[in-house]
Write a protein of this length. Sequence first.
Length: 161
Amino acid sequence: MTKPPKALINVVIPIVLLTAAGYVLWRELHHTSIAEIAAAVRTWTPGQLVAAAALSLGGYLFLGVNEQIALRWSGSTIGWVPGVGGSFISHALANTLGMTIFVGGAVRAGVYARYGVTVAQSAVVTVYGALSFGLGLAALAGVSFLSAPAATFEILARRWC
């Protein structure tokens, strides 16, 4: 069995992914005009913009620390700067392109390979990240349900039952 040419894969896969992303964006936003979006953006205050940027930065730093824990757990000795940088790149691309676990794993393998991290170690980091995300999401959902007022559940029951 012959392998497809690498150049074909490097061209076709990004085109397919970008087309799919464009379709999803169109499907979600085709009923919204540019004027509506611009009007909504103009309502943002400088404080809101700074808060959004600070929270985004904090989120990516937290992901970088979590990635460092995963790298150490996998047996890697990569430094903090390439580890946090690789984390930022892998999360940014994976969250932008979709298929997070696959894209993130591939990006991690490529970025970390130059620092001696094996593909197996990159896979461990990817699975660790996915599991820690799932556990964090479950904990957040649990706290949300435990602290939600009773009216929330009445609304949910009417909508879903």
